[in-house]
Design a protein around this ligand. Structure first.
Ligand code: ADP
Ligand code: MG
Length: 272
């Protein structure tokens, strides 16, 4: 389903809201199967949290969604990834275009440390091969920093190197860089794991602000965080001889208060 978000003052482009889904998605690294028939709907404009123990395939799953998985030598894939109902892996589809529409933020903030804050944000455009005029570039930098919740802290020092910011600010700078290309989906792989509680809270506020404006899929080990920020949740599990699968998925509230599977109950209550 596609809807158009109303423009806000100063915004040039309406952003398309697209849902994401996988059908029977399996993934391998060489002969090692790490995901088995994962089917999940990630609703447009909502926050979906992926939870589960280390090694169960959450990061791999995220990387299949925007075609980063195929960048690993020997990586294989089965099943489908659908962005707004269209197969992300359809023949003739360019991976770079998929990655522009589905952005990614990682656990460790990775701005270009010597590059200015402004250029860091604009680098997202450059990497995506998007050319814009100087006025529009400045507007996009401001708009992206505002949406990432960083504008008020950096507006008077846009020429400062990105590496001079605190860890939490660097993570929001990375979010701004992703937002500059106006993605429909933002994937976040444990974006707060390297941050202190205050910075974590700021990133959570940013996510809450972004909700409804784009589709967010976030991996987190923090059960309180999953409950605070997500509307839907999927619990992944693997064992030594079974690849990662979804044990249970549904509204976050339900997964935490009335899980259907005993393993989900054990995990969300910290008995794992
Ligand atoms: P999670 O994010 O849930 O901790 P991962 O997706 O990182 O899990 O890993 C799932 C499985 O895939 C693990 O067994 C891991 O060792 C394996 N794996 C991850 N990345 C690679 C890679 N680049 N090459 C080979 N195996 C990998
Ligand atoms: Mg991971």
């Amino acid at each position: 389903m596609t809807t158009t978000v109303p423009r806000q003052a100063g915004e040039t482009e309406p952003t398309r809201l697209s849902g994401l889904a996988t059908r029977d998605l399996s993934a391998w690294f060489g002969a090692h199967k790490v995901l088995e028939r994962v089917s999940l709907e990630m609703a447009a404009g909502q926050v979906t949290a992926l939870i589960g123990p280390s090694g169960c395939g959450k990061s791999t799953y995220l990387r299949t969604l925007n075609r980063m998985h195929e960048m690993v030598r020997g990586a294989q894939l089965g099943g489908e990834v659908l962005l707004n109902g269209e197969d992300v892996y359809a023949h003739g589809r360019r991976p770079a275009e998929v990655r522009r529409r589905i952005g990614m933020v990682f656990q460790r903030p990775n701005p270009f440390p010597a590059m200015s804050i402004a250029d860091n944000v604009a680098s997202g455009l450059k990497l995506a091969g998007i050319k814009v005029g100087r006025d529009h570039r400045e507007h996009l930098i401001e708009d992206s920093l505002r949406r990432a919740g960083l504008w008020n802290e950096v507006s008077n020092r846009l020429g400062t190197p990105g590496g001079a910011l605190s860890g939490g600010q660097q993570q929001r700078l990375c979010i701004a860089r992703s937002l500059a290309v106006e993605p429909e989906v933002l994937l976040m792989d444990e974006p707060c794991s390297a941050l202190d509680p205050t910075s974590t809270r700021r990133v959570e506020e940013t996510i809450a602000e972004l909700r409804g404006r784009l589709t967010i899929v976030i991996v987190t080990h923090n059960m309180q965080q999953a409950q605070r920020i997500s509307q839907s949740c999927a619990f992944f599990l693997a064992s030594h001889d079974t690849p990662g699968r979804i044990v249970e998925a549904g509204p976050t509230e339900q997964l935490f208060s009335a899980p259907v599977d005993q393993r989900t109950a054990d995990y969300v209550n910290g008995r794992f």
